[in-house]
Write a protein that binds this ligand. Structure first.
Ligand code: 5RP
Length: 229
């Protein structure tokens, strides 16, 4: 049986094979994407030519250390694909992301791409979103008022994400509220409701964005699934 990290490594290696030569691709953030970067670095040393639009300073640094060429989203005319991890995925390919705090740029880069491919170990698959606390990126000014409104919406528990004894600050200078919901029955409605709160910048709900999901299992199997319907 493979460890979680070994599954992530296999997923990264598999997903690297889906990156077409001469493409501009969005690169997600997280420990699964780490392995994708390592495998792409090997392939680039062997002659693969690609440009990467990173979704966080962490990914940008990792890619640069691995010798991959990175460019800004504004300098990319078109992105053929983005590959990213996830915190939860349901049967309709709706996602909760943002465990690594990069949800804003992850969503912007994915939205700019022709295709979003998600790589995830099978523990991320759920029948209903909501066990993982939903990350909501907010403006630091007045964040307590935003928290109050989210609680009024029926959220059980809202926690300001911490980095040691200080608030965690995103690459864009915002805070993150981790919101423990009941099961999320209607992700679209929840996303809209959250966006209507002044001070909310983005939510970790990625709705109808992923076309392909690649799931890795502890027995070494890799399963590639296309969006249902
Ligand atoms: C970062 C994310 C990550 O994709 C998500 O947290 C999964 O990370 P990992 O691959 O480390 O399990 O959304 O904001």
């Amino acid at each position: 049986m493979l460890s979680q990290d070994e599954i992530k490594m296999k997923l990264g290696q598999y997903a690297a094979g889906l990156v077409p030569p001469n493409s501009i691709m969005g690169m997600g953030t997280g420990s699964t994407v780490f392995w994708l970067i390592q495998e792409l670095a090997v392939r680039c040393r062997q002659g693969l030519l690609i440009k990467i639009v990173p979704t966080s300073s962490k990914t940008k640094n990792l890619a640069a250390e691995a010798g991959l060429q990175t460019i800004e989203l504004n300098d990319a005319d078109s992105l053929q694909l983005t590959i990213d991890g996830t915190d939860e995925i349901d049967e309709q390919f709706q996602l909760i992301k943002g465990g690594g705090g990069a949800l804003l740029l992850e969503k912007m880069v994915a939205a700019a791409s022709e295709k979003l491919i998600i790589i995830a170990d099978d523990t991320k698959m759920v029948s209903c979103l909501g066990d993982f606390p939903l990350p909501v990126e907010v403006i630091p000014y007045g964040w307590k008022q935003v928290k109050k409104k989210i609680i009024q919406m029926g959220c059980k528990k809202v926690e300001l994400r911490q980095n040691g004894d200080r608030p965690f600050i995103t690459d864009n200078g915002h805070y993150i509220l981790d919101c423990k919901m009941d099961k999320i029955k209607n992700a679209t409605a929840l996303n809209t409701e959250l966006h209507l709160i002044p001070g909310v910048v983005e939510t970790g709900l990625f709705i109808d964005m992923a076309q392909t999901v690649i799931i890795g299992y502890a027995d070494g199997r890799i399963e590639e699934k296309e969006q249902p319907g």
